[in-house]
Design a protein around this ligand. Structure first.
Ligand code: G4P
Length: 291
């Protein structure tokens, strides 16, 4: 059942959308001095595009761990160290409220300090640095650009390959941001990655089996954050149960009764996914770095 869902997701993105999005990125990347890659701090592995290294070429890169307000802070700092150990500059942001965004300009100037010296040596001291924001759909690119630009600059929504007049947004102290973010295609390398993307709304969960998605997610939550499950759904997770049975336990506690003795698992799956999305389960990270 799950596999059918994932096949449907693949059809959404391959190959037309991907080709157009890739072309747009390849065209624009030539014009920028650095690329900033937005990741969802809760799933830095799954929200990373596998082709980013090839697409970025030798451009300096900044990794922005976004949605830190929803992620487990201890895990986020482990991811920060993990990427830093690979030589990346890393920032943490909550683009929705703007927390951490003020570090962006200084971070880019630090990232491109050699370039700035080069401009100066060439007598081009005022020349702006140009930056492009990249990330998979719904990771917060438009929200981030709007916050950095301090106004409603970017058009929210995902329209891969839509050609518009290129616009550079001046964000102060000699930095310019391409107004259209690069939309990277999500990776579909395993069912687990697909689930992570669906749980965090990077891909639409309604194209796959919500009940199975919810069951797998419940099991994951019970293993990783049993105390959060207990606090929210008022039962102590028994890890010998499967995901559906755990959902049923939560459904019982919520009183989601369909008929005598039968509980509405699908409704509970939707409730769980919705409450996770709204941050009601607390700050939950779904992936930890491999070290
Ligand atoms: P995109 O351009 O990368 O596609 O993403 P966009 O900015 O449109 O953001 C997608 C959703 O994520 C928006 O919510 C936005 O408010 C939210 N968002 C972005 N950054 C953050 C963050 O750091 N923390 C939190 N909590 N939310 C963030 P939306 O349109 O209301 O959609 P949704 O929240 O229902 O998914």
């Amino acid at each position: 059942m799950m596999n059918n869902g994932f096949e449907k997701m693949n059809i959404q993105w391959f190959p037309g959308h991907m080709t157009k999005a890739q072309r747009m990125i390849e065209e624009n990347i030539k014009m920028v001095d650095a690329v900033c890659e937005l990741l969802d701090a809760r799933i830095p592995y799954s929200s990373r595009n596998p082709d980013i290294d090839r697409l970025s070429g030798d451009k300096p890169r900044l990794i922005i761990l976004n949605r830190v307000d929803l992620a487990d802070p201890a895990v986020t700092s482990r991811w920060k160290s993990f990427f830093e150990a690979q030589g990346f500059m890393v920032m943490e942001t909550d683009a929705k409220t703007g927390k951490g965004v003020k570090n962006f300009v200084p971070a880019v100037r630090r990232l491109l300090s050699d370039k700035l010296k080069e401009f100066e040596a060439k007598g081009q001291a005022g020349r702006p640095l140009r930056i492009m924001i990249l990330g998979i759909p719904n990771v917060g690119k438009s929200t981030f650009i709007n916050k950095v630009a301090g106004r409603k600059a970017a058009v929210a929504g995902d329209k891969p390959g839509v050609t518009r007049g290129k616009q550079w947004i001046n964000i102060g102290t000699g930095l310019e941001l391409l107004d259209t973010p690069g939309i990277l295609w999500p990776k579909f390398e395993s069912q687990e990655v697909g689930e992570m993307l669906a749980i965090t709304n990077a891909i639409k969960a309604d194209v796959l089996d919500k009940e199975t998605l919810g069951a797998n997610f419940m099991l994951r939550m019970c293993r990783m954050y049993p105390e959060a499950v207990e606090a929210r759904y008022k039962f102590k997770p028994d890890l010998s149960l499967n995901g559906f049975e755990l959902l049923e336990q939560a459904a019982k506690k919520r009183g989601f009764l369909v008929s005598k003795g039968e509980y509405d698992i699908e409704r509970m799956a939707n409730t769980l996914l919705g409450e996770y999305h709204d941050g009601k389960l607390g700050r939950i990270s779904l992936e930890v770095p491999d070290v």
